[in-house]
Write a protein that binds this ligand. Structure first.
Ligand code: ATP
Ligand code: FE
Length: 363
């Protein structure tokens, strides 16, 4: 069967067609970076009106690229139901519901973060699907989550950020250092900061790794990223640094990135240990979400997973780590296959804890 997926939870309007043989038949996306860059972050009202304007065209483009007729060739409509920006979710959901109802097709409301995790099962190049359970690190603009994925609809929540997401930390520090956004797909402030960090020296300055001082915070699987911006700011003031100097920008970017990575790996190590204690037979570490396209982060996660815990690191390709329609269509495939279909009356869920998903289908 063939699923059309619609994603509008944040600032990208994505539509894709994926089938149950794991083929991505077509994909279309409209990015809003240029719209939001002048404001230094996503402006919900602008995001909403842009989805409203472009979603019909993106749906049309996905169908045209696939050379498919929606009535004849599409079996299921999947759409992001939450979490995300309420008005943006509403846009995509209304479109998805209207299409499904008008065409008498099954409708599937998708959990955006679950779909980031499930993408690994689409893209991992083995004949069989990557089996559950796998440890999952979801690092994006709005989320920083450590989970155990036990099934398509079953996730154990191990930790999350107590303040900013790691993506927010990248974005805020890129703004602090006045780093221009990278243009195009896979662009934005975080990707731009990564490029600066690659050419910097992380040893010239140092910032404390979050949550390492206090014993209770050190032992928790939760994370914290807001202190890193304060620390970088403090370095600038203390040493009276000129952030218009490209080399200083690079060194500070590199210093921040090193501490952020150390914090992520510290917490993942606790998660691996927790799984070991509970005798959960992990098949992999999956990392997804926009920040998981970062090469230095991937490198460190891979060392941890492979060398210390003997499981592979599986990351979707970078363009499927950031928001896209493919992940929603694929989550639709996964859910439809086990009979999880929704009513045409479902509402959006701007806040939707992933651990609240049902566990009855822990395949
Ligand atoms: P969510 O998925 O939580 O709703 P979102 O849709 O904003 O949030 P994504 O599109 O998955 O998130 O990711 C965007 C975030 O990833 C931004 O904060 C962006 O700066 C960051 N990001 C993208 N590429 C990189 C990179 N190479 N290094 C670090 N951060 C990156
Ligand atoms: Fe996302």
């Amino acid at each position: 069967f063939t699923v059309l997926g619609i994603e509008t939870s944040c600032d990208d309007t994505g539509v894709a067609i994926v089938n149950s043989d794991r083929q991505i038949i077509s994909e279309a996306i409209h990015l809003q970076q240029q719209l939001h860059e002048p404001y230094g972050g996503i402006v919900p009202n602008l995001a909403m009106s842009s989805h409203q304007q472009y979603l019909p065209l993106v749906i049309r483009e996905a169908l045209d690229k696939a050379n498919m007729d929606i009535a004849k060739d599409i079996d299921v409509i999947a759409v992001t139901r939450g979490p995300g920006l309420p008005a943006c979710l509403g846009n995509g959901l209304s479109a998805g519901k209207a299409l499904a109802a008008a065409l008498c097709k099954p409708l599937i409301g998708v959990h955006h973060m679950a779909s980031h995790a499930l993408t690994a099962r689409l893209t991992h190049p083995t004949p069989n699907l990557l089996p559950f359970p796998f440890l999952t690190l979801l690092i994006s603009g709005g989320h920083t989550l450590i989970l155990v994925a036990r099934g398509v609809n079953h996730y154990i929540h191990l930790g999350t950020t107590v303040d900013d997401s790691v993506g927010e930390a990248y974005d805020k520090i890129a703004r602090l250092l006045k780093i221009p956004w990278l243009k195009g797909r896979g662009g934005g402030p975080g990707a731009a900061l990564e490029q600066f960090a690659e050419k910097g020296d992380s040893k010239k300055f140092s910032v404390p790794i979050p949550m390492t001082k206090d014993k209770r915070r050190k032992e928790a699987m939760d994370l914290s990223f807001s202190g890193l911006k304060t620390s970088v700011n403090a370095l600038i003031t203390k040493h009276n640094l000129d952030i218009d100097d490209e080399n200083i920008k690079r060194d500070l970017a590199s210093t921040f990135q090193k501490a952020a990575i150390a914090h992520l790996t510290d917490k993942l190590e606790l998660a691996f240990k927790w799984c070991k204690e509970k005798a959960i037979p992990l098949t992999a570490l999956v990392a997804s979400g926009g920040v998981a396209s970062n090469k230095s982060i991937r490198f460190s996660l891979e060392s941890l997973a492979v060398e210390q815990y003997n499981v592979p690191l599986i990351c979707p390709p970078p363009h499927l780590c950031t928001d896209n329609g493919v992940m929603i269509a694929w989550a639709g495939v996964e859910r439809f296959r086990i009979g999880l279909v929704d009513e045409y009356t479902i509402d959006h869920m701007p806040k939707w804890p992933i651990s609240s998903l049902g566990s009855s289908t822990s395949l």
